[in-house]
Design a protein. Sequence first.
Length: 63
Amino acid sequence: MKCDCGGTVKKHKVSKEISLAGQKVFVQNIDASVCDKCGETYFDGETLIKLEKQLQKREKQAA
Ligand SMILES: [Zn+2]
């Protein structure tokens, strides 16, 4: 897979803050694809769905 910048995107486990459903979420040790040139992080659809479900669960618990 290639990044828009022309760099090569490789699979990594990442821990970082991302924006999801309009909220900041800190994710730890999840699968992502990271560009070795510009550092852009890509998540696959399945991972995003999983994260969204976790986020919804957290909102319910908080309410
Ligand atoms: Zn890039």
